[in-house]
Design a protein around this ligand. Structure first.
Ligand code: KDG
Length: 321
């Protein structure tokens, strides 16, 4: 039995060591990533147990991901290996053509995870958890992954388990924005806790001003617990009508990819540990700042002690010895 059951595709990331267009990049660094896998690792590092439902290729990259998750203490009992299909990979181009922005090139079509099916949902595993988490990426990668994610959300809902969802809009994975809007909107009716940014709000709801976003989500989908991410401006949380605003920490950015998963993983873990939405949001801002300071998504996801050091030491001259 785990606190969080997450469902989604882990990926191997090849992150350009140097800035600029990938055609000129010679060296890439290999990282273990994937949105829901990152969320699991974020939670586990903070002492909240998490299991991932997914499929990996029976290949070197699948083994790399599996060893990573197992080594971090994520429950891997519901990961299946597929001998026929590959583990998905992608490449990251950094700081080009815009400074501070990373772009991605995916090689994941037909991957092992995209062949997930509803058989992968073990009802008892999901309904014994405290929370089920997935994201819009999983709804986008294939029809069967979408059905699996929806089945997971329905099962959780029926079993009285909280459903958390990160919109995670990835333009390159959808046939069209209208396809994304239709699918994502139909999934929102299962959601208790929603993570989205202002661009995603504009796409899905036609509004991005926080009060309007919260109002739309409540009236159209009955969602009263929302973390609205505002990039360099921080975030605003609506928790059953109580609204809290938290600033972002200013840090040197190496690669912004992964910040969103720090938001979801650290927020969910903090809430499940009994912290207030305000305190959880403050911790999330710190964790997101820590994550973007390095290439890769998960390396800087903090443990409690590291999070505490960041929160108490940020902006001060501190001797960590
Ligand atoms: O949030 C970070 C993820 O987006 C990244 O690890 C890759 O999961 C990924 C995706 O599908 O884009």
């Amino acid at each position: 039995m785990v606190d969080i059951v997450a469902l989604g595709e882990p990926l191997v990331q090849f992150n350009a060591v140097t800035d600029g267009p990938l055609r000129h990049v010679v060296y890439f660094e290999k990282h273990a990533t994937g949105s829901e896998a990152n969320v699991c690792v974020a939670a586990v590092r903070l002492g909240v147990s998490c299991g991932l439902i997914t499929r990996l290729g029976m290949d070197e990259f699948g083994l790399f991901i599996y060893n990573w998750l197992r080594g971090e203490g994520v429950d891997v009992s519901h990961i299946k290996f597929d001998p026929e299909r590959s583990t998905g990979i992608y490449f990251v181009q950094r700081n080009y053509p815009l400074p501070g922005v990373s772009d991605v090139v995916y090689y994941r079509k037909g991957s092992a995870a995209s062949a997930m099916s509803t058989e992968d949902i073990d009802d008892g595993y999901v309904t014994n958890a405290r929370l089920f988490h997935t994201s819009g990426i999983t709804l986008a990668i294939s029809d069967s992954a979408r059905e699996t994610a929806i089945r997971g959300m329905e099962t959780a809902r029926r079993g009285g388990v909280l459903v958390s969802f990160d919109v995670n809009y990835r333009r390159k994975l959808w046939r069209s924005p209208s396809d994304a809007i239709n699918v994502l909107s139909s999934a929102l009716r299962f959601v208790d806790i929603l993570f989205l940014d202002d661009d995603e709000a504009r796409l899905l709801l036609g509004v991005s001003e926080p009060d309007a976003v919260f109002k739309e989500l409540n009236s159209r989908f009955g969602i009263g617990r929302v973390v609205l991410k505002l990039g360099l401006e921080g975030s605003i949380v609506n928790w059953d009508g109580k609204v809290v605003r938290v600033n972002a920490y200013k840090v040197p950015v190496k690669d912004p990819i992964g910040a969103g998963d720090a938001y979801a993983g650290v927020f969910l873990a903090s809430i499940l540990k009994g912290l207030s939405p305000e305190e959880s949001a403050r911790r999330v801002s710190a964790a997101a700042a820590m994550v973007v300071m390095v290439r890769g998504d998960e390396e800087n996801l903090p443990r409690e002690e590291e999070l505490e050091k960041f929160l108490s030491g940020y902006g001060r001259q501190v001797d960590l010895r």
